[in-house]
Design a protein around this ligand. Structure first.
Ligand code: SF4
Length: 98
């Protein structure tokens, strides 16, 4: 299967209340991060988290959107082996939750 969309950007989990405290508001934080080429996704007050997404393609993603490490489990990152973590991760993806 070829896709690779989740290998083209990186998402970093951050603390929502810390981001708002630093920037004064969620809107100000979104503006700042957008100027730096990043997106703020999925703010969740219940868990006090958000995701910061940055377009950094993995250098192991091939030009035909395959993982160069797919047949090398000893060096492929664990998170790549385990993905998806939750059924919601794949709503717009070709993978299926088992
Ligand atoms: S190692 Fe492979 S599966 Fe993991 S992010 Fe890179 S290309 Fe994608």
């Amino acid at each position: 299967m070829s896709c690779g969309e989740c290998c083209k950007s990186m998402r970093i989990t951050s603390v929502l209340s810390n981001i708002i405290a630093q920037h004064g508001s969620f809107a100000e934080a979104s503006k700042y991060y957008s100027y730096r080429g990043m997106r703020i996704l999925s703010p969740d007050t219940a868990t006090d988290t958000l995701l910061i997404e940055i377009d950094i393609p993995c250098d192991k993603l091939t030009s035909d959107n395959l993982c160069a490490l797919h047949d090398k489990p000893s060096v492929k990152p664990l998170i790549c082996h385990r993905y998806p973590w939750f059924p919601d991760d794949i709503e717009t993806c070709g993978y299926r939750w088992k």
